[in-house]
Design a protein around this ligand. Structure first.
Ligand code: GDP
Length: 429
């Protein structure tokens, strides 16, 4: 009865998709438990390069069942489009199941996301405008629509009437836009319901039965620990919890089943959107790292936006691992740093003249200045290396630093974006 969680220890874009794709081969079920199609997981394997937004990263394995749990934000057209694109590119039809309790991203969620970013102007949060914040707001305002409601027209009409009552007032008086007619929304949803029907099931039962049969389950997080609404860099989090602890809720499994928590840690830092980013590298040096990072530069998998770049932040990463409850680290993108003679790593923050290794509350984070230590670079390509002992000593020392600073064993080192570019290690053994 063991579940493995694969979650981000940083701001997202750590390479969770690659790690999940790698580990999914040994799994029976892969589950997404939060978020929507607002972020992307890049996966590069024998079928080609893919940016997955809503589909779990187990979709490339024929025998894996991929589940969208009730905690996910389901954009039906986006889900169907992503699935069809995969199949058109030669991937076998994936096994997909969607919770009957999942809530649906409605067209007006996307509209309100756009209007609100427009209204906030230079105070905007850098939303991907996928409707995710208005979606989760409605969910907790008890104005959401569960996918099962699409099959009960009276209930759906009631739910939408409740939701649109306040929205149309806002549209008219705050945003000065035309109001939305319930009929047009219902017509769209009646089309969507036909498309989604084959995938809907009681995934909570499916997962509980699988646990009883000792099946191997992976739960896959979106974004990273520092984007968690409670523990992250509020008010710049995402709108659902990114933590392994939430996987139990968002997937629908007992919390005590999650035995292994793989925190995906990036060898440097990257961050999309607004908010404090203590180790940011601005100017030309940031541009160089951006160009060298990831599989084709560090640009958002969903939006194509350039990511902000920074040095490895030990303070933020240790905190990220702690709130994830990490039992092991998968360290990604180590190959990217191979061009540097010296590499900065942040070992403390200085806030109001005082040094600390504790990650502060958001108000103080804005004032934090990084305290760096310099590590020697290895100045060579390492993507071909598959054994830890074959890494240059400087790269080994970098990995050892991450393990020592965070206190969490580094079990995996990713040395390139492709599935096979991976080193399995056990430094502590
Ligand atoms: P995710 O959302 O956490 O899955 O991360 P993204 O897919 O948004 O971003 C990670 C980026 O790094 C993608 O471009 C991946 O292809 C790439 N990537 C993952 N692991 C490695 C690695 O070890 N080395 C390099 N060079 N790129 C990697």
């Amino acid at each position: 009865m063991a579940v493995t969680a694969i979650v981000g220890a940083n701001w997202g874009d750590e390479g969770k998709g690659k790690i999940t794709d790698y580990l999914a081969g040994e799994s029976d079920i892969v589950v997404r438990f939060q978020g929507g199609n607002n972020a992307g997981h890049t996966v590069i394997n024998d079928y080609g390069k893919f940016a997955l937004h809503l589909l779990p990263s187990g979709v490339f394995y024929k025998n894996v069942i991929n589940v969208l749990g009730p905690g996910v934000a389901l954009n039906i057209p986006a889900f169907i489009k992503e699935k069809n694109e995969l199949v058109e590119r030669g991937v076998p039809e994936p096994g997909l199941k969607i919770s009957e309790r999942i809530q649906v991203v409605l067209p007006f969620h996307i509209l309100f996301d756009e209007l609100e970013e427009e209204r906030l102007a230079d105070k905007k949060f850098g939303s991907t405008k996928s409707g995710i914040a208005p979606f989760y707001s409605d969910k907790f305002l008890k104005l959401g629509v569960q996918v099962s409601d699409l099959f009960d027209k009276d209930r759906l009409t009631e739910r939408l009437q409740a939701s649109l009552a306040a929205k149309n007032v806002l549209l008219e008086h705050l945003y000065e836009k035309p109001s939305i007619s319930i009929d047009s929304i219902i017509a769209t949803l009646m089309r969507d319901k036909e498309l989604i029907q084959p995938y809907i099931s009681d995934t909570t039962k499916l997962l509980h039965d699988a646990l009883l049969e000792n099946k191997c389950i992976l739960v896959e997080g979106q974004l990273g620990a520092l984007r968690d609404p409670d523990h992250g860099i509020y008010p710049y989090p995402t709108s659902s919890s990114t933590l392994a602890g939430y996987a139990a809720v968002g997937a629908g499994i007992p919390p005590y089943c999650i035995k292994r928590i793989v925190a995906v840690v990036k060898s440097y830092s990257s961050c999309v959107g607004a908010g404090p980013f203590v180790t940011e590298i601005e100017g030309e040096n940031g541009d160089i790292l951006r160009k060298k990072g990831g599989d084709a530069g560090e640009y958002g998998a969903t939006t194509g936006r350039p990511r902000r770049m920074g040095w490895f932040d030990g303070v933020a990463t240790s905190y990220g691992c702690r709130i994830q409850g990490a039992t092991e680290i998968a360290l990604t993108n180590l190959d990217v740093l191979g061009y540097l003679e010296e590499i900065n790593v942040c070992i403390a923050y200085e806030i109001d003249g005082k040094k600390t290794e504790d990650f502060p509350i958001p108000g103080k984070l804005e004032k934090a200045k990084p305290v760096y230590k310099k590590l020697t670079g290895w100045e060579c390509e390492i993507s071909h290396i598959r054994n830890f002992k074959d890494l240059p000593n400087e790269a080994k020392a970098y990995v050892q630093f991450v393990e020592d600073y965070t206190g969490i064993p580094v079990k995996w080192i990713s040395v390139g974006p492709k599935r096979e570019e991976m080193i399995k290690i056990n430094l502590g053994a």
